[in-house]
Ligand binder design. Structure first.
Ligand SMILES: NC(=O)c1ccc[n+]([C@@H]2O[C@H](COP(=O)([O-])OP(=O)(O)OC[C@H]3O[C@@H](n4cnc5c(N)ncnc54)[C@H](OP(=O)(O)O)[C@@H]3O)[C@@H](O)[C@H]2O)c1
Length: 329
């Protein structure tokens, strides 16, 4: 025993600097991980008898959000484009939550017809819609077009959700108090709306396009909240954090190998999908937000968005442009 203690003391004395560096690095890594994990939705509210529709719920943040809603007793409608993936995810959610009232519906946000079809089915078959979560998203894809000829990221992230929300508004108004949650991103901060070339035909850049679409999410929320004032339907937009999901699927294959290795290392520190779903849940259910509308949130707290996201004239102009693009004008 004495020998062991002597050996340990020798070892610590010889490697004091290395051990100190390792300790500081370990504590810093833990502190960084803790800081990255962000806020937690503390609401214990039950959602029995309520209906929630979540777009893009077969993986990532959407799936975690669906699981939480199912745990709270809601009827959960998972609106997804890949029915095979969606059915597998729904089975897992039903099993984990013990809630059999989890259904899958087809929704391809890159097709206005698909959006109209889903909205029609919901209007005809659902008695109520208490929470609409516009979560689905595509990031940094090449210059692709939606079925209707719109630039893909703007078309899916903004226009599809714009049409879906507007066509479900009557049901949401019938189910008040009801909420609409738009999942945006901190990427909106570097965005601008290219009114003169909304599909970025002249100079496509995947980053510019994603930022534009995420700014559109915040501006849409702001204008929608103002139009829904005093109706009992409230609106929220948010940045969920940086999360380990499949969102980077179009980016990673384009990166050099060393960048992929660095990215994989960084990914170990970012939020898990459960952590990433917390701000969405906070906006969708937290009782303290019942009378707030039109604000932007991050880490389960209100946050001032970028100045261009507070531009009411741009929000109105975007609304009019979007309405004419999706045939609602
Ligand atoms: N992850 C992050 O770090 C991060 C940061 C900021 C903001 N966000 C936002 O968070 C939201 C959720 O993203 P995530 O991180 O959970 O990514 P994800 O794991 O890639 O999930 C995205 C979901 O959107 C669906 N989707 C994509 N295109 C669609 C379309 N045309 N029609 C219907 N659904 C479609 C996907 O379906 P498929 O599986 O069939 O493709 C998937 O279910 C997005 O709006 C994203 O912009 C994420």
């Amino acid at each position: 025993m004495q020998n062991y203690a002597d050996n340990m003391r020798d070892f610590v004395e010889k490697h004091a600097t290395g051990l100190a560096v390792a300790l500081v690095a370990g504590v810093s890594a833990l502190a960084l991980r803790r800081w990255m994990s962000g806020g937690v939705c503390r609401s214990r509210v039950r959602l029995d008898g309520k209906t929630v529709l979540i777009t893009g719920a077969n993986c990532g943040i959407g799936k975690e959000t669906a699981l939480d809603m199912a745990n709270r007793g809601a009827k959960v409608i998972m609106a997804c484009r890949d029915m095979t993936k969606a059915r597998i995810a729904a089975d897992e959610i039903r099993q984990q939550s013990g809630n059999g009232n989890v259904v899958v519906k087809k929704l391809d946000l890159a097709s206005l017809q698909s959006v109209r079809d889903l909205a029609k089915e919901i209007q005809e078959n659902e008695e109520r819609l208490d929470i609409l979560i516009n979560n689905a998203g595509i990031m940094f894809c090449p210059k692709w077009e939606t079925e209707d000829g719109f630039e893909m990221q703007f078309g899916v992230n903004h226009l599809g959700h714009f049409l879906l929300t507007n066509t479900l508004l009557d049901l949401l108004k019938k189910s008040t108090p009801s909420r609409i949650v738009n999942v945006s991103s901190t990427a909106h901060e570097k965005g601008r709306i290219h009114f003169e070339d909304i599909n970025l035909d002249k100079d496509y850049d995947p980053y510019t396009s994603y930022r534009q679409s995420k700014l559109a999410n915040v501006l849409f929320s702001r204008e929608l909240a103002s139009r829904l004032k005093d109706t009992g339907v409230t609106v929220y937009s948010l940045h969920p954090g940086v999360i380990r999901t499949e969102l980077g699927r179009h980016l990673f294959p384009t990166l050099a190998m060393w960048k992929r290795i660095v990215a994989a290392a960084v990914m170990t520190f970012v939020k898990s999908p459960w952590e990433g779903a917390q701000t969405t849940l906070h906006c969708a259910i937290d009782e303290s937000l019942a009378n707030s509308s039109g604000l932007y949130y991050s880490d389960c707290a209100p946050k001032e968005p970028a100045p261009q996201a507070l531009d009411d004239a741009a929000a109105k102009r975007l609304w009019d442009l979007s309405a004419s693009m999706v045939g609602l004008a």
